[in-house]
Structures are given as structure tokens and as C-alpha cells.
Design a protein around this ligand. Structure first.
Ligand code: SF4
Length: 459
């Protein structure tokens, strides 16, 4: 995967998490996650039967992903929308840059979209000489700070209010108060001008209904509506798994998305887009394009990891994850963070990126329990440890050797007896485990083994 933006310092995930935990300002900012954790917990408990239905819809989609995509393409074409298929992030960038060049575009406004982060579209547009402006407030803040989002729903969750004031004041070339409403009002005013100037609006999409060709966009700030209606052209970057069979499925998936993302029964804006402006209509772009982004997703079909494509990007697994909650997104050094990022990053990069991420998990299962579409994230994290062994870290190499020896020893009765006897003799003082036992207690083995007691009592 491509991407840009600063990360938490450190050579690997292990080092970056240590840096993040030792950062008092970051730890203060992360208290903002507390409310989200409560919300995710309540939502998870409140909709058990909806989760079943949502999971069934998503799996029905994956059973015939190509078929649904073909149907969606036909429905979109019937509405006057041009579809482009992109196998790689480079293909997707090329399509969009060609469209921009052909129309002589100079300014682009973007609505929050992880897919555009995944293909590093902002960087590509800037390199091509276009001005690209993020219009979601959190995204705008991280763009001005030269960072990447640290949470898929709340991109600037890692920043405190004074830090946000500093970022916006630098851009405003004037002092601004440390006040939420005043800062939001300043950004709102600034972004209005950008919407009016923009030649192209670029968005992601939450759901794309194959039967009607309707594109559903879920936002809380109204910026999505400006991006999709004011510029002459609207471009949608759609990862292939965003297709859903029927528009009626939105009735199940949408409330689950909003409750698990922010605890809202419904987000402030739900925009259903049915093509460019038609004759007689007042609003809307002159032309619309949808880029189907694959980026190795279809290679996951039929594998252990297929269900990862059911993800609706609600962020609930991040909110409940004890690791994410202490380190936030930049420690992952990837576009996608938290438990879903631990799975998606190595898969989408073919193991080239994030191979150490699956090891940074407690496997507590909180993510799998919170997921509204029942993705077995913990199981996948465990499977990835076997499938993409992380080779760079000496600590992990030692750990891997230890478990290999352990597995061999315990696969024979003689090896089992020998190691358990040694364990009893050590009385819990195992050399080489000092780091592991610094935060955990190693249970003391019994003086006499069960086998010995049994043999003695039945002699
Ligand atoms: S994996 Fe599940 S909980 Fe995590 S973002 Fe995706 S849908 Fe939400």
C-alpha cells in the first residue's frame, strides 16, 4: 500500500507502541476514546439479530463479488455514470489524474475516504500540480499538520485541543482561541471558499447498491454534499467490496454502521447519489466517474481472509482494542490501524508491509465481539502469524524458535515428561523470560506432577 504522513517514531511496531505509551500528550488526547468505547459496547449488545442479518448480507455479496460488480456497473452506466476498473493504486491514481488533466482541473476538494488514503491520492494530486483540500474537519487538521489520519472515523483523535488550535492558527496566520466552536467556525469559513473554487469533488462511498446504482455516502459534517454537488465533476473511489446487492440492504447496514461508529442512530447526513445532474435539475455535477479499486482484494476470495472484505469501516474494533486505545493509529505506520489494520495491511500489501502487526495483539477477542458484521478478527490475526512470519525482529525470531522447540518437545511423551520435570525444578525461574515476566506472573509449577501423584496413589 502507498501512503504518506508521519508515524510514531520506532523501527517496528513494538518500538513504536513503547514511544506512544510514553507520550503524555498523546495519552491525554486518547482519553477521547473513552466515550467511543462505551458506545461501541452498548451498540454491540443492542443489536444481536441485526448483526446476523448484516453479516449474511455481506457474505452474500462476497459469494458473487464479480457478479454484483457487473450488475452495479450496468446500473451506474444506465444513470450516466462512467465506471473505471483499477487493479492497483497506481491504476486508480492514473485514471483520476487523466480525468483531471483532460478537464484542465486545478483544484480538488475531498471528502473523508480511506480508499483515497490507501492510494495516496492527495500526494499524487499535489505532485501533479493540483491543489487538493481535505474537507472533513479532522482530515483537514491532519492534512495541515502533514500527517495521516490516526482513526478512520475521527482522523485527529490523537490531537489535543491546544494542538489543533496551533495547527489552524499557523494556517490562519493569526492567533485563534482554544475553543472548539471558534476553531470549527474558522475552518468552516475557510472551506466554503474551497468548495466554490473546486473543479473536482472526490469522495469514497459507504455502500453502492447493485440493483439501482445508488451510491450511499454517510457523513456528519455536510462536506460530502458540497463535494458531490458543487464541482463540475464528481469522482468516487470505491474499493470493490463496497458493493451491496440491493438498496434495501442499506436499511440494515446503515444503522449498524452509525451506531458502531459514533453511537448515533443515524448520522447527520446520508446522501444517496443517483448519477450526475439531469436536464432540469439545479444541483449536481456535469459528469460522474466511479473507480472500482481492487488492490489485491479479489485475491482474498476463497481464502481464510475472505471475510475481511465484509468490513464496513465502522471503527468499532479500534475503539475496543486495548492496544489501539493506548497507542492510536500512527504507531501502526499504515493507512489502516487497529485490529482491522493488523489484518488488512499485510494482506493488501502481499506481506510487504505490516508483517509485524499481527504480533502486536493480546488476542483478547474484543474486536471480534464488537464487529457489527461478525468478522473473526482474532482468528485472522492468529492465522496471519502463521502465514506471514515476521522475520526482521530478533525478539520475534527468538520467540518463534522457542515455540518451535516447545511444539517439538510436547509432541512426544518423553519430551513432555522431560520439559515438565525441568519446569518443576526451575520453580518458575526460567532464564530468558525476564522481559516477559516483568509485567506478568509465571505460574509456579506444582512440586509433584499429577502423573507422579496418580502413579503413587494407585501403586
Ligand atoms: S472489522 Fe468490523 S469492527 Fe472493524 S471496522 Fe470493519 S466492520 Fe467495523
Amino acid at each position: 500500500m502507498t501512503g504518506h504522513g508521519i508515524t510514531t517514531p520506532g523501527r517496528d511496531f513494538h518500538e513504536r507502541t513503547a514511544t506512544a505509551v510514553a507520550d503524555p500528550v498523546l495519552q491525554k488526547a486518547l482519553q477521547n476514546l473513552d466515550r467511543r468505547l462505551r458506545t461501541a459496547g452498548e451498540s454491540a449488545a443492542a443489536h444481536p439479530e441485526w448483526k446476523e442479518r448484516a453479516a449474511a448480507i455481506r457474505r452474500e455479496t462476497l459469494l458473487d463479488l464479480d457478479g454484483w460488480l457487473d450488475r452495479l456497473e450496468r446500473s451506474l452506466a444506465a444513470r450516466g455514470v462512467e465506471v473505471h476498473r483499477a487493479s492497483t493504486p497506481g491504476d486508480a491514481r492514473r485514471v483520476i489524474l487523466d480525468l483531471a488533466r483532460a478537464r484542465g482541473a486545478r483544484t480538488v476538494v475531498k471528502s473523508k475516504s480511506m480508499a483515497t488514503e490507501e492510494i495516496d491520492l492527495g500526494g499524487a494530486l499535489e505532485q501533479a500540480g493540483l491543489t487538493s483540500v481535505e474537507t472533513d474537519l479532522g482530515e483537514y487538521i491532519v492534512q495541515l499538520a502533514g500527517e495521516r489520519p490516526s482513526h478512520m472515523i475521527t482522523p485527529a483523535i490523537h490531537k489535543t485541543l491546544p494542538q489543533i488550535r496551533d495547527v489552524l492558527a499557523r494556517e490562519a496566520h493569526t492567533d485563534l482561541p482554544v475553543d472548539r466552536e471558534a476553531l470549527t467556525a474558522w475552518a468552516r469559513e475557510r472551506l466554503r471558499g474551497e468548495f466554490l473554487r473546486a473543479d473536482i469533488g472526490i469522495t469514497g462511498v459507504n455502500f453502492a447498491a447493485a440493483d439501482t446504482g445508488t451510491l450511499v455516502l454517510v457523513t456528519n459534517e455536510g462536506n460530502g454534499r458540497f463535494c458531490t454537488t458543487l464541482p463540475r465533476m464528481h469522482v468516487v473511489v470505491m474499493p470493490v467490496e463496497k458493493v451491496i446487492p440491493r438498496l434495501a440492504d442499506v436499511g440494515v447496514l446503515l444503522p449498524l454502521l452509525t451506531t458502531h461508529a459514533t453511537g448515533q442512530a443515524l448520522s447527520n447526513y446520508v446522501t444517496m447519489i443517483s448519477g450526475p445532474r439531469r436536464a432540469g435539475e439545479l444541483d449536481g455535477p456535469d459528469e460522474m466517474h466511479v473507480v472500482f479499486l481492487d488492490n489485491r482484494r479479489r485475491t482474498l476470495l476463497g481464502t481464510t481472509y475472505e471475510e475481511m472484505l465484509a468490513c464496513i469501516r465502522c471503527g468499532a474494533c479500534l475503539n475496543v482494542c486495548p492496544v489501539y486505545r493506548n497507542v492510536s493509529g500512527h504507531a501502526y505506520d499504515a493507512v489502516y490501524s487497529g485490529p482491522m489494520g493488523k489484518v488488512l495491511t499485510p494482506l493488501l500489501s502481499g506481506g510487504a508491509e505490516g508483517a509485524d502487526l499481527p504480533y502486536g495483539s493480546t488476542l483478547c477477542h474484543a474486536c471480534s465481539d464488537a464487529c457489527p458484521v461478525k468478522i473473526p478478527l482474532s482468528d485472522m490475526i492468529l492465522a496471519l502469524r502463521a502465514d506471514t512470519p515476521e522475520r526482521s525482529s530478533p525478539v520475534r525470531r527468538r520467540r518463534r524458535l522457542f515455540w518451535t522447540v516447545w511444539a517439538r518437545a510436547w509432541s512426544t511423551p518423553r519430551g513432555y515428561r522431560l520439559t515438565t520435570t525441568l519446569g518443576r525444578m526451575s520453580r518458575g525461574r526460567v532464564p530468558g523470560l525476564r522481559a516477559w515476566t516483568s509485567t506478568r506472573e509465571l505460574p509456579r509449577p506444582a512440586r509433584v506432577s499429577f502423573r507422579d501423584r496418580w502413579a503413587k496413589e494407585h501403586r
